[in-house]
Design a protein around this ligand. Structure first.
Ligand code: FLA
Length: 357
């Protein structure tokens, strides 16, 4: 991808400090842009339920067959593998169960993930299907801090601000904007995307000697699934989930769901408990986070906007990835950065035609 060198590198503003925004800022900075990230939450902040990224389970396990997302996920797995030697990403044997073949997404990533193996019926819950492969996981708060450090090392400015509109982040020298505001895209006055919606996730963070992942979508329940994801560099923390409640904004964890999550996770990975009982599981905390999703799928497109005055500025919208933020991050951010480059090469920053007096 072209880089932009020169006396005054073009200035690009990234709005949003989650995994997509920070990855886009890093890719822009690596290509020589002058980058400012403007965000309500920044790496290192304590947990805020309005900021999805630090809550994520953050493993790699595709959720569907949208060709765009599959491409982003395949590219991201390649990038995450390069972070294994440093310990930032952890290789993870994963077992995935589904109620039917449809839940295995046409096995599209059989050639992408290492050691992809279909399970026989004897290794699956009755009547279900399954596969195993080698995934990776990251410790999402740590990973965000790593992204932030990589960005600042390349001169990216991280500025904390709560914006009412994208225009509040645009400066006279801003040549392009990346809108990576997640659920914020539904609230920004000059975006107001009505398709943006939260998908509520409740998890229990426990401590246990577990180094394998199970993703079990065989519960015949519209919003529940069972997943166990060990976190690297966390002193043995394991994410136990969970639920996918579309549109729910309930912030408090439901104690009954916590119990149910632990029972289902324990049934899949007995070593979660010191004595085989739910009471023998060392609970660190219960959490509720809101996946930044979008009806119809993620939005990745350029919109040339006039922010007051006459100058039009290319805005690349990059949000709505929902539960796949980390596992699609490098691919999605990379495509957003390419759209910025294309826009600047086209010299889109032109004076709008002046009114004929
Ligand atoms: N991506 C995580 C989530 O959506 C999962 O909670 F891995 F747990 F699925």
């Amino acid at each position: 991808m072209a880089s932009v060198r020169g006396p005054t590198p073009p200035s690009v503003v990234v709005v949003g400090g989650g995994v997509i925004g920070l990855t886009a800022a890093l890719l822009l900075a690596r290509r020589g842009y002058a980058v400012e990230v403007v965000a309500r939450n920044l790496p290192g902040d304590s947990l805020d339920q309005a900021w999805a990224s630090p809550w994520a389970g953050a493993n790699w396990c595709p959720f569907g067959v949208d060709p765009r997302v599959c491409k982003w996920e395949a590219e991201t797995l390649e990038q995450l593998r390069t972070l294994i030697p440093s310990g930032l990403a952890m290789p993870l044997p994963i077992t995935r169960f589904a109620s039917s073949e449809a839940g295995l997404h046409n096995h599209w990533y059989a050639g992408v993930a290492d050691n992809y193996t279909r399970l026989g019926p004897e290794s699956c819950p009755p009547g279900c299907v399954g596969v195993t492969f080698t995934s990776v996981s990251v410790n999402s708060p740590h990973y965000l801090e790593w992204l932030g450090a990589q960005c600042t090392a390349l001169g990216v400015k991280l500025r904390r601000a709560t914006l009412k509109a994208l225009r509040d982040a645009v400066r006279p020298d801003t040549r392009a904007v990346i809108n990576a505001t997640g659920l914020g895209a539904g609230e920004l006055e000059d975006v107001r995307d009505e398709f943006v919606e939260p998908i509520r996730g409740q998890i229990v963070v426990v401590r246990a000697p577990v180094k394998r992942c199970v993703m079990d979508a065989t519960m015949n329940h519209p919003t529940r699934s069972t997943y166990i994801i060990p976190r690297p560099n966390s002193g043995g923390q394991v994410i136990c989930g969970g639920c996918y409640e579309v549109g729910s904004t309930v912030r408090e964890p439901d104690p009954a769901m916590t119990r149910s999550i632990l029972e289902h996770c324990l049934a899949r990975i007995p070593e979660l408990s010191k004595d085989g009982t739910v009471e023998g599981i060392e609970i660190i905390r219960e959490c509720v986070g809101f996946r930044p999703s979008r009806r119809g799928g993620p939005r990745l497109e350029r919109e040339d906007k006039t922010f007051g005055g006459s100058r039009r500025v290319p805005v690349v919208h990059a949000y709505g990835i929902g539960p796949a933020g980390y596992q699609a991050s490098w691919g999605m951010a990379g495509e957003a950065v390419k759209l910025v480059g294309d826009a600047l090469i086209e010299g889109i920053v032109v004076e709008a035609p002046r009114a004929k007096l």
